[in-house]
Write a protein that binds this ligand. Structure first.
Ligand code: SDX
Length: 392
């Protein structure tokens, strides 16, 4: 090997870049976007305001917000030829598979994203505008219902909800409780510094690949059950515990014997947060509020609280600093909002989109070098070729 390589599997102790977008403090459980605490943003801002903040660095003035929101409204329609790609998927296709494919396909419809034109803002607008539209197609087709077109008179989140739940046979009225809950959830998912999917977006973008292919790569990384896919796994795990009679101790034991069971408590643990995930605290409280306001009584919420209680009092988890993360309670709210389990990670992607865009833009503006880590070679030393007839 030439030079000196430090092995750091999973980049646990490697800083990949310098960034001014998001600040995390894993010990203190602090998360800030461009210096603003998520507690304040979740309580006082709209998701589009936070998207603008992450992407352009400042909270928008009313004029800047109006022009951002209007530009997005004017791009929510998706090229009808995208439906031909969509129609090629089996109805059973996982919505994350469809989303990643169709977002990558956007590069085919917008070659000015890789022909050297410098109109990044237009592609940012297209991504922000079209992801919600595309995201709802899978859900509608899984029900055998017609897809809905966006409505320009609706704001961002009501427009998404309308495309998700409206039917030609009856009007759909957006419940403000649902819209507000979704606003908080999308804000809490909007960015998280150099997590797996964001690092993927940066790495793909560092080769000068276009923004659509870079974001599509992030969607695919997010799908993994150890990352954004965990929010779907959590609900499936909680349902399994409920079906088994609610015996959380059994699952705690299975997790403690991970070496033999291979089982992990989904929604627990985090690479950075070693005390608590501040997002989980907000979402846990929101879960109680939203379910009460909607009059929803979901038994898995009590099971989740029981599991958290048991884990927080068990030395195995305490020693490993395993606490609920952003994915632990979010699915309980999504379900109360009528979002089906296989769409949970799609909602995570819609929330994370402005963060991916902001990080990709910063990487390009900072002219980061192409990402190309080294390795420590452990394979065979030099050996001679053997003709096939002479091989044993
Ligand atoms: C997200 O990076 C981000 O910021 C991600 C995210 C974002 O906003 O982008 O926050 C979103 O992805 C949240 C995480 C969602 N994933 C899950 O809930 C899946 C379950 N969690 C884990 O797989 C794990 O905790 C990770 C992936 C989140 C973090 O893994 P690490 O930092 O690599 O920790 P590790 O796998 O080295 O585990 C350390 C120890 C191990 O035990 P030992 O080998 O030391 O005996 O803790 C154990 C692990 O076995 N462990 C768990 C566990 N998570 C870790 N044991 C039981 N249940 C768990 N959930």
């Amino acid at each position: 090997q030439t030079g000196y390589v430090t092995l750091d599997r999973g980049y646990k102790n490697t800083g990949a870049t310098q960034s001014a977008i998001t600040f995390l403090d894993g010990e203190e459980g602090i998360l800030r976007y461009r210096g603003y605490s998520i507690e304040e943003l979740a309580a006082k801002a709209s998701f589009l305001e936070v998207s603008y903040l992450l992407i352009y660095g400042e909270l928008p003035t009313q004029e800047q917000y109006d022009s951002f929101a209007t530009a997005i409204r004017r791009h929510t329609l998706v090229n009808e030829d995208m439906r031909k790609i969509f129609d090629g998927f089996p109805v059973s296709a996982h919505p994350m598979c469809v989303l990643g494919s169709l977002v990558n396909a956007m590069a085919a419809f917008y070659p000015d994203s890789y022909d050297g034109s410098n109109n990044t803002d237009l592609h940012i607008t297209r991504l922000m505008a079209k992801l919600p539209t595309i995201a709802t197609w899978s859900y509608k087709r899984s029900l055998g219902h017609p897809t809905n077109y966006p409505k320009n008179e609706l704001d961002y989140i009501p427009n998404f909800l309308n495309m998700m739940f409206a039917l030609p046979v009856e009007d759909y009225k957006v419940d403000p409780v649902v819209a507000e809950a979704l606003n908080v959830l999308l804000i809490l998912h909007a960015d998280h510094e150099q997590n797996c999917s964001t690092s993927t977006v940066r790495l793909v973008g560092s080769s000068q690949a276009n923004i659509y292919s870079s974001i599509a790569a992030g969607i695919n990384a997010l799908w993994g059950p150890l990352h954004g896919g965990a929010n779907q796994e959590v609900i499936e795990m909680l349902e399994e515990i409920k079906a088994g009679g609610g015996d959380v101790a059994k699952y705690i034991d299975m997790a403690k014997n991970a070496k033999t069971t291979g089982f992990r408590l989904f929604g627990f643990g985090h690479r950075v947060y070693k005390n608590f995930d501040p997002r989980a605290k907000i979402i846990k409280k929101a879960a109680d509020d939203v379910l009460n306001k909607l009059g929803v009584n979901d038994p898995v919420l009590e099971i989740a609280k029981g599991l958290e209680e048991a884990a927080l009092n068990d030395p195995y988890f305490v020693q490993r600093k395993l606490y609920p993360n952003v994915d632990f309670y979010s699915g309980i709210i999504y379900r109360a909002l009528g979002i089906p389990t296989n769409m949970f990670t799609v909602l995570f992607a819609i929330g994370r989109l402005p963060g991916w865009i902001a990080q990709w833009k910063e990487m390009r503006e900072q002219k980061e070098p192409i990402g190309r880590p080294r390795q420590i070679y452990t394979g065979a030393t030099l050996r001679e070729f053997v003709a096939i007839g002479d091989r044993k």
